[in-house]
Each structure stands twice: as C-alpha cells, then as structure tokens.
Design a protein around this ligand. Sequence first.
Ligand SMILES: [Zn+2]
Length: 165
Amino acid sequence: MGHLEYCSNCGSLNSVQFAEGRDRVVCPSCGTIHYENPVPAATVIGQRNGELLLVKRAAPPAVGKWCLPGGFVEQGEMPEQAALRELKEETGLTADSLSFFQFCPFPSGRSGEVMVMVYIADSLDGTPEAGDDASEVQFFPLTALPPIAFRCHMAFIDSYFNQAG
Ligand SMILES: [Zn+2]
C-alpha cells in the first residue's frame, strides 16, 4: 500500500484493518477508510494479414518490452473511446469498430490495481507510426511473438487466438 502509506485526511500513518467485509487501508487516528478500487484501462487486439499488432513500451513500467496498444481510461471517456484513442496515439492506426472481449484485474505498483479491458479491432486502417508511450510498432506472426510485458496481455492473446483456433 505504498501509495496509501499516510492518511490523506489527517496525515497519520495508515494501517490495514478489517473493515466493511475485507482488509482495507484505514487511518487509526481519524478512522478514514481509504477505499482502493481498480483503475480502468483499455487495450486492443488488432491484426493485419494474420499478424498481431504490438507496441514496444517507451515509458515505465516494462520499458523496452512489447505489449498490446492501450492505456488508462480518462474521465468522461467510454472504454471503447479510450481504446481507440490509445490505438491512434501509440500506433497511428484507426479501427472502424471494436468489440469487447474480456476483463483482467491486474496488480499495478503505481495504481493499486488496474482493470484491463480488451477489445477486438474489426480492421486496422492507416500507416503504423509509433507515438506517445510507444517507441516502435510492429506486426508479429503469432508463431514468433516477442516476450509480452504484461501477464493480462499474454492471457488475452492466448485466449483470443486459442478460441479463434
Ligand atoms: Zn486520518
């Protein structure tokens, strides 16, 4: 609970206590319960000619490793919009439509827990160009994927392509 070490209400050192049905971060001085809820993130499985779209990460965590394009949902945004925005920012590509595929809760050092949602892109348009949090964009054959940065992303890839046969 590094990011919740101190109470944001009174500044005291927090502790973990059983509260409202589970262990939670609670301030022993003022009694404030610091609820931890997952942060929504959206990511995209996109293909071209049977190859999977991946980006090489330019920002922490996992700099230099490959993952699906995606990022955090902004306030006021629907997850699909976030997925399309991140796709465009990181790869220069657009998709006509997305369909929801799966959720994955994922512990994150900086954010507590991330709730990753993955969407399937029906098609991809444009010329790949890395931007924002991505240093490279590349399509990989499924038989020659690089090491994937995040456990959830690898699980999405596995379950989508195993389901699709
Ligand atoms: Zn307090």
